[in-house]
Design a protein around this ligand. Structure first.
Ligand code: NAG
Ligand code: NAG
Ligand code: NAG
Length: 456
């Protein structure tokens, strides 16, 4: 299998984000479409597009044959523990030899798997010990053939958090249903030496699960069918499963087509036809948001749900029409509908209507949140542009709570099954209560820059 990474002549000032960024990005994206084959948006170099030199082909070792030494493992599925941490769902995995546990944001909105590494130029606080590559016998820096030194990367996310580091190959180990470990030797990961903007999260890094070739699911190889499923519990530990175990079916399951966009490769798009607010169905038809080939990204790494302003205001108005018995209140830095009340009973149930009859009736906890020590309740579907992601509609992780969500690249479907995700033997973590934080992350990748050619 070939991966293509795009190369940039060293940009001088690639980290400069302003609101004009979106427009700049847009024009660059157009000129980049031709070379944007597998990676996410790679733009944002201040150098003109002519600075983009060439694609490179990087050959991976035949991973599918090396993954399974034990025949039992062919019938087993890798899986990992998942738990909530203030605004994100983190998954546990092990890296290195001997294996070291990390907890990383489970992110379907980005591609690269990375963890903080020592030495730190600029590290944020994480709960686990920071990974030390010098203590791992399987860690190998990737060498780039333009410069004969390490392959640097810079990643920027929608909430302006970023990670800078170098690419390396390393062993990743997951649990497996067979009882044996699922071992992924020579997995391409980012070793981050400079990252920031991770706020209240205690994660060690991010696990990208997008359609891009560097994501965890892509690097697992074809035998996992590009399939995975997770179940997000707001309070307890749950699981993410890969491969045959990830297929979701049975009573209550609804499925909707998965779309891919050439101009935004890697993202999982769904098509949202309408949102019902109580009994009122608010159609996208007749608004600029309407589409038939995907208009909303499903992103486990983004906390809230965002709709584009024109359509979102219709949804908001419908909520306002129902909630008449409470006084409006506002909060700084949170542009949404809030009311002075302590009960969710007065709010309408919100249903998302995805294409081909996939109706998701959302629990009120998925769409509203108590604020101000329970004195107020706010709608957690946001209209306002917070970042250059502005015009993207995003279906975030809070709205997905208590659904078993499966992504199946072979059938191009995303399925949802209402499930009490917290029904496990596992004790709740010593988690700092989510309610005390107002932290909404957007781990929707804006760009990935790889500074030089990768050689294998
Ligand atoms: C990779 O492994 C598979 C399964 O063992 C084999 O069929 C295939 O020929 C191998 N490909 C290469 C390039 O070695
Ligand atoms: C870390 O990365 C940011 C963004 O690219 C950059 O502005 C900053 O200078 C870097 N810090 C260090 C210590 O390298
Ligand atoms: C919603 O959240 C509240 C407060 O955390 C909890 O008491 C209630 O049981 C939740 N409702 C459902 C249906 O999960």
């Amino acid at each position: 299998m070939n991966n293509k990474l795009h190369c940039v002549s060293k940009p001088k000032k690639y980290y400069s984000i302003t609101m004009s960024f979106a427009t700049r990005l847009m024009s660059m994206v157009l000129s980049l479409q031709i070379i944007a084959a597998f990676l996410f948006i790679t733009a944002a170099a201040s150098s003109p597009p002519s600075g983009f030199t060439m694609d490179l082909i990087h050959r991976r070792t035949n991973s599918s044959s090396s993954r399974h030494s034990n025949p039992d493992d062919l019938r087993s599925s890798p899986r990992a523990d998942v738990f909530f941490d203030t605004s994100e769902y983190l998954m546990k995995l092990q890296i290195g030899t001997p294996p070291v546990e990390i907890e990383a944001v489970l992110d379907t909105g980005s591609e690269v798997i990375w963890t903080q590494c020592v030495p730190c130029l600029n590290c944020y606080y994480q709960r686990n010990i920071i990974f030390d590559p010098s203590k791992s016998s399987t860690y190998k820096e990737r060498i780039c053939n333009t410069s004969d030194h390490t392959c640097d990367y810079t990643l920027l996310y929608g909430d302006q958090s970023y990670s800078e580091g170098i690419f390396a190959t390393e062993t990743i180990t997951l649990q497996s249903t067979s009882g044996h470990s699922y071992v992924m030797p020579k997995t391409l990961i980012g070793c981050s030496h400079n990252s920031s903007g991770f706020g209240a999260t205690t994660a060690s890094g991010i696990v990208g699960l997008s359609l891009g070739s560097l994501s965890l699911i892509s690097q697992m190889g074809k035998d996992m069918l590009g399939a995975f499923s997770y179940c997000f519990s707001p309070e307890r530990t749950s699981k993410i499963s890969f491969g045959s175990n990830a297929i979701v079916s049975g009573e209550g399951t609804v499925s909707t087509p998965m779309f891919m966009k050439k101009e935004k490769p890697g993202f999982y798009y769904l098509n949202l036809d309408a949102v019902s607010v109580g009994e009122t169905r608010v159609e996208t038809l007749g608004t600029p948001f309407h589409a038939v080939d995907g208009n909303i990204v499903i992103d486990s790494g983004t906390t809230l749900t965002y709709l584009p302003a024109s359509y979102c205001s219709l949804v908001r108005e419908s909520v306002e029409k129902v909630v008449t018995s409470a006084e409006r209140v506002t909060f700084p830095d949170l542009d949404t509908l809030c009311y002075k009340t302590n009960t969710m009973d007065i709010f309408p149930v919100i249903t998302m209507h995805f294409s081909v009859g996939a109706d998701l009736v959302l629990d009120k906890n998925n769409t509203y949140k108590a604020m101000d020590n329970g004195e107020a309740i706010c709608l957690m579907i946001l209209c306002s542009p917070m970042t250059p992601v502005a015009e993207e509609a995003v279906f975030g992780n809070r709205a997905q709570n208590n659904f078993l969500v499966s992504y199946d690249r072979s059938s191009l479907q995303v399925s949802f099954k209402p499930t009490d995700c917290g029904v496990t033997e596992d004790k709740p973590r010593d988690s700092t209560s989510a309610a005390s934080f107002l932290q909404f992350n957007i781990k929707f990748v804006l760009f990935l820059v790889v500074l030089s050619l990768i050689r294998l």
